[in-house]
Design a binder for this molecule. Structure first.
Ligand code: UD1
Ligand code: CA
Length: 457
C-alpha cells in the first residue's frame, strides 16, 4: 500500500497553559509528536508531512530531516490544517494516514488494523474509533440504523442523545487521497468553535454516496488525546504500566512497579531486578542478572550482565559486567567502566576508561583519565584535570596504588605498579614500580606542650 502520513501538529494546546508547543511535551522521555512520527514510519510510509504552526520553528527543529513540513499560520481547525497540505500531497495517489501529534500512545498494530480495514472495505475514508467509558471531550461516532457511520459530532456541538454515545473518534483516519481533497472545499465553520473540522469530511463523503468505514481499537487507552497536563500524566502512567508489564512478562523482577519508570525504548535482560525509585531513560540497555536501584537514574547507559548500581545517577556512559557501583555515585558522559570494577560511595567519574578489577572505594573525582586494570585509588583521590583553560588527561598504569587524599595534577602519568604515598600532590610522571611521595615532611617538636598550656585546658 502506498501510504503518506499527515501529522497535525500546529495547535497551540491552550489547555496545556505552556510556552512550549503542545506536541513537544514529552511522554516517556520523547516528544509526543516524535512518538507519533516514529509509529507511522514503522508502517513503511513513503512520505511524512507534519502540519506545524504554533511554535513551528521549534517543532521543525525538533523533527528536522525526519519529515516534510507545511505551515498553518493561523489555527482555524483540523480541517483547515489538512487543507494546508494540499499543495504538497494534492497529487499523491494512495492512502493518506491522518494522525494527531497529541495521541502518543497509539500503537503500530492499531494503525495497521485501520489500514487493513480501509483496504478491505474499499471505503473512501476509514476512522479509527474507540469505546471510551467516559467519552467527554471527544468527537462521537454517529451511526445510522444499519450501523453505518454517518457523521462525527464534536463535544461542543452535540445534543444529549449524541453525547451519550461512547464510541469516539480517536482523530486517526485513512483517506483515499483523491477523494479527500474535494471535500475540504465544502467544510464550513458554522459550528460551536467556529472552526473547519476535518471530522465533517465524514458526512460530506456519506452525503456524496461514498462509503465511510470504521475500525474500533480494543484498547481505548491508546487513543488518549493529550490536551492538558492531567492527560499528559495519564499518558505517562499508561506508557509506564505498558512497559513494566512487558518487562515482567519477559522475566524482569520489578519490586514496585508504581515507583519504577522505564522508557519504552529501554531494553532490560532477564533476571534483572529493578528496585523502587529506578528511572531508566533514553537508549539505556541493562544486561542479564543486573540489579538496579533503589533510587537510581540511568539515562542512555549501557549496563552489562550481573552488575549492581544502587543510589546512582549515570548518563551517556557504559558499565560492563560484574561491576558494583554506589551508593551516591555520579557517572558522567564517556565513562567506560570495565568488568569487576568497584566504585563506592561519593565517587564521580567522567570521560574516563576504568580498567577491569580497579577500585575507587570512596570519595574520588576521576575525570579525563585512562585508568588501567587492578588499580587501587585511595579515599579522597582527585584527578586535577582542569587548569582554568584546558582539560588534561591522567594516565594510571595497571596495578598502580594511589594513597588516600592524593591530587594527580594532569597531564600526568602514574606508571604500572607504581605507588603514590598518601596525601601527595603529584605533578611529575611517576615511573613504573616507583614510589612517589609529594607532601611536606612531618616534623616533630618534642615537649611542645608546656605544663601551663596543658593546665589551661
Ligand atoms: C479532535 C477531533 C475529535 C477527536 C479528538 C481526538 C476535530 C474537529 N476533532 O478534537 O473528534 O475525538 O481530536 O483526540 O478534529 N491542530 C492543528 N491545527 C488546528 C487545530 C488543531 O494542527 O488549527 C492539531 C493540534 O495540534 C492537535 C490535533 O490537530 O495535534 C487535534 O487538535 P485538538 O484541538 O487537540 O482537537 P480535539 O479537540 O482534541
Ligand atoms: Ca486533542
Amino acid at each position: 500500500m502506498n501510504i503518506a502520513s499527515l501529522i497535525l501538529a500546529a495547535g497551540k494546546g491552550t489547555r496545556m497553559k505552556s510556552k512550549l508547543p503542545k506536541v513537544l511535551h514529552k511522554v516517556g522521555g520523547k516528544a509526543m509528536v516524535e512518538r507519533v512520527l516514529e509509529t507511522v514510519q514503522s508502517l513503511g510510509t513513503v512520505r511524512d508531512v507534519a502540519i506545524v504552526g504554533f511554535g513551528g520553528d521549534e517543532v521543525e527543529a525538533y523533527l528536522e530531516g525526519r519529515a516534510e513540513f507545511v505551515r498553518q499560520e493561523e489555527q482555524k481547525g483540523t480541517g483547515h490544517a489538512v487543507k494546508m497540505a494540499q499543495p504538497v500531497l494534492g497529487r499523491f495517489d494512495g492512502t493518506i494516514l491522518l494522525v494527531c501529534g497529541d495521541t502518543p500512545l497509539v500503537t503500530k498494530e492499531s494503525l495497521e488494523a485501520l489500514l487493513q480495514e480501509h483496504a478491505q472495505s474499499g471505503a473512501a475514508a476509514t476512522i479509527l474509533t474507540a469505546y471510551m467509558p467516559d467519552p467527554t471531550g471527544y468527537g462521537r461516532i454517529i451511526r445510522n440504523s444499519d450501523g453505518h457511520v454517518v457523521r462525527i459530532v464534536e463535544q461542543k456541538d452535540g445534543n444529549p442523545e449524541e453525547l451519550s454515545v461512547c464510541e469516539v473518534n480517536t482523530g486517526m483516519y485513512a483517506f483515499d487521497s483523491q477523494k479527500l481533497w474535494p471535500c475540504l472545499d465544502e467544510l464550513s465553520d458554522d459550528n460551536a468553535q467556529g472552526e473547519l473540522y476535518i471530522t465533517d469530511v465524514v458526512s460530506i463523503l456519506v452525503n456524496g454516496d461514498e462509503k465511510v468505514s470504521a475500525y474500533m481499537t480494543e484498547d481505548f487507552e491508546e487513543s488518549l488525546g493529550v490536551n492538558s497536563r492531567l492527560q499528559l500524566a495519564e499518558a505517562e502512567a499508561i506508557l509506564r504500566r505498558r512497559k513494566n508489564v512487558e518487562l515482567m512478562n519477559a522475566g524482569v523482577t520489578i519490586i514496585d512497579p508504581n515507583t519504577t519508570y522505564v522508557a519504552p525504548e529501554v531494553q532490560v535482560g532477564t533476571d534483572v531486578i529493578l528496585y523502587p525509585g529506578t528511572i531508566l531513560e533514553g537508549n539505556t540497555v541493562i544486561g542479564e542478572g543486573s540489579e538496579i536501584g533503589p533510587h537510581t537514574r540511568l539515562t542512555n547507559v549501557i549496563v552489562g550482565n550481573h552488575s549492581m548500581l544502587h543510589f546512582t545517577y549515570a548518563h551517556d556512559c557504559e558499565v560492563k559486567d560484574h561491576v558494583d557501583v554506589g551508593p551516591y555515585v555520579h557517572l558522567r558522559p564517556n565513562a567506560v567502566i570495565h568488568d569487576h570494577v568497584h566504585i563506592g560511595n561519593f565517587v564521580e567519574v567522567k570521560n574516563s576508561q576504568v580498567g577491569a578489577g580497579t577500585k575507587f572505594p570512596h570519595l574520588s573525582y576521576i575525570g579525563d583519565s585512562d585508568v588501567g586494570a587492578g588499580v587501587n585509588i585511595g579515599c579522597g583521590t582527585i584527578t586535577v584535570n582542569y587548569d582554568g583553560k584546558l582539560k588534561h588527561r591522567t594516565t594510571i598504569g595497571d596495578g598502580a596504588f594511589v594513597g588516600c587524599n592524593s591530587n594527580l595534577v594532569a597531564p600526568v602519568t602514574i606508571g604500572k605498579e607504581a605507588y603514590v604515598g598518601a596525601g601527595s600532590t603529584i605533578t611529575k610522571d611517576v615511573p613504573e614500580r616507583a614510589l612517589a611521595v609529594g607532601r611536606s615532611k612531618q616534623i616533630i617538636k618534642e615537649n611542645w606542650v608546656s605544663d601551663d598550656t596543658f593546665k589551661k585546658k
